[in-house]
Design a protein. Sequence first.
Lengths: 243, 243
Amino acid sequence: MKSATQPPQPPTQTRRERLRAETSAEIKAVALRLMADGGPDAISLRAIAREMGMTAGAIYGYFDTRDALVTALIVDVYSELLAAVEGARDRLPADDVAGRIVAWGVTLRAWAIANPEGFRLIYGDSLRGYEPPLQEAVTASEKRACEGLTALIAEAWPSAANRYCDEVYAWADFDEALVEKVRTAHPDLPPAGAAVAMRVWGRMYGLVALEVFGRLSPLAHDPARLYEDELKALVRDLGLTPA
Amino acid sequence: MKSATQPPQPPTQTRRERLRAETSAEIKAVALRLMADGGPDAISLRAIAREMGMTAGAIYGYFDTRDALVTALIVDVYSELLAAVEGARDRLPADDVAGRIVAWGVTLRAWAIANPEGFRLIYGDSLRGYEPPLQEAVTASEKRACEGLTALIAEAWPSAANRYCDEVYAWADFDEALVEKVRTAHPDLPPAGAAVAMRVWGRMYGLVALEVFGRLSPLAHDPARLYEDELKALVRDLGLTPA
DNA sequence: TTGATTTACTACACGGCGTTTAGTGAGTGC
DNA sequence: GCACTCACTAAACGCCGTGTAGTAAATCAA
């Protein structure tokens, strides 16, 4: 994973710290591998330790608890997913708003189908009695996703605005930090735009989650088709013309 | 629960069978109670047995495995949910199609918010390595949900059809049993109608699931509002005029 | 009524889990 | 060279699902 390329660096990191970071990374890597075959529940401290030739207790030197490890994994996997969708969006020209929205959506599904266990890790509520704290770090990823979609909605707003003119929201209806970022990035977008972004998010998430959780495939044999048509309808509903 | 009112009945059920059925029902009831506080993972055979003054092994006389019990719970809870949404739909006159669709959606969310653990049980992929078989009985509930929504789409089809005229589907794209029921109930509905029904399902599910899984509330303070506006947009997108 | 049989259940064991605690040996810093 | 920190092991605790052997009571047949 980590290529060995910073030897002349002054010891901003001691040898101990480096070894420590490497072990920590290996724990996460093994955990992800175990999850890939066997589902999120296959992430057990004992199994990871076994795989690494350690005892389970040793992991407590790196993560306070199993849930802390899972949280770290979620953060990592989530940022992979975000990089994928953001990349797909940014690969299209800024004036092709419809294309960018569809690209985001298509990439979301493609990633989810390719990494179903990762998707479950992030969005399935799995993992024992997890979620109560729902770490700040996870919420940060959530915000980043929301910002990305909001940016797209802001681009689409000129054509979409008149469809949502009767929906009056206040900025106070949304998370403060998120609002601040959105308002500086898109000063002309009204609160209703943020609301639309979250609704679009739900609309994309719905079909993808149903499919990954196995709730769609027994009924419809071509969920990809279903999803793509939904995306087309989505951009149409935003006043854009799909490609 | 079960009132004691069928004494003159001939022993279509022996005393043994009755006791057996009662114990089975108690197991499920206790399991649901444990789940209500403590989440789906709190359903442990040992905890149930403890609560009932039995040993864990005794439960194997009633359910082959923990997953079998969970499946039975899912079926029960799912049919509760379905009864709720179908009831809400049928409480409105047949000609108020928009109202019936919104009622279905609103009731879905209301039920989910009132029974978050039940919703997780059904739709969260939780529960250890569950899901592989995804019992026939569960899929049956899925179909019933889909049929219900398809009925609504069929009612809306006169006004919605022209919006989906370019989407050509075949009945072969869908589950055979589902298709048969839909076609006899709504002979004029084309396959694209079934596709729209599933997409509507995904659209409703998306926001509700995000909220129940705690992924929406940190960002938006009024998810109900968000959801209701989405439902309004949904019926509008079907060519209907919301109330 | 009595004897055979079915049934519901207990007791116990196995292996796996997360987590804690006490102890050990090698690497680090003065 | 010495004190010390740190990564780790070993063993235990109390959970869990699951299988097996045994028991006592309910049921049925004569």
